[in-house]
Write a protein that binds this ligand. Structure first.
Ligand SMILES: [Cu+2]
Length: 123
């Protein structure tokens, strides 16, 4: 966890700053739908909270023109490991459906831009 904290200093995102705690302004996912917008080399959300057992359909709006982005969620249980969309240039809308069967904190990142990250808190 200490190694993660060193990297998190670069991020303005509240959610990525602490390895465990859920920030007060975390976005609750309702109805199994969540939207992330990638714009100006940043995501508009850095934290989602989800009820355990929920399948979430993420809508990822890529709005950075020729710059390629994606969404990658790691640490998933049940052998799923990682769920991710392909790297694609905008404008483009991607979808990623993930079932969160177990409580925990699942980091999400965009693989090329270190500041594009956050976490999904499954409770
Ligand atoms: Cu990016």
């Amino acid at each position: 966890m200490a190694a993660v904290a060193g990297v998190a200093v670069l991020a303005s995102a509240a959610c990525g700053d602490d390895a465990a705690a859920k920030p007060a302004d975390c976005t609750s996912v309702t109805g199994g739908r969540a939207t992330l917008v990638a714009r100006n080399l940043a995501f508009d959300e850095d934290c989602f909270s989800v009820d355990a057992g929920t399948t979430v359909r993420f809508r990822i709006e890529l709005r950075d023109g020729p710059v390629k982005h994606n969404l990658a969620i790691s640490g998933l249980p049940d052998g799923a490991g990682k769920a991710e969309t392909p790297l694609e240039a905008g404008p483009k809308t991607q979808t990623l459906q993930v079932r969160f069967s177990e409580r925990g904190r699942y980091p999400f990142v965009f693989d090329l831009h270190a500041n594009m990250k956050g976490a999904i808190h499954v409770e």
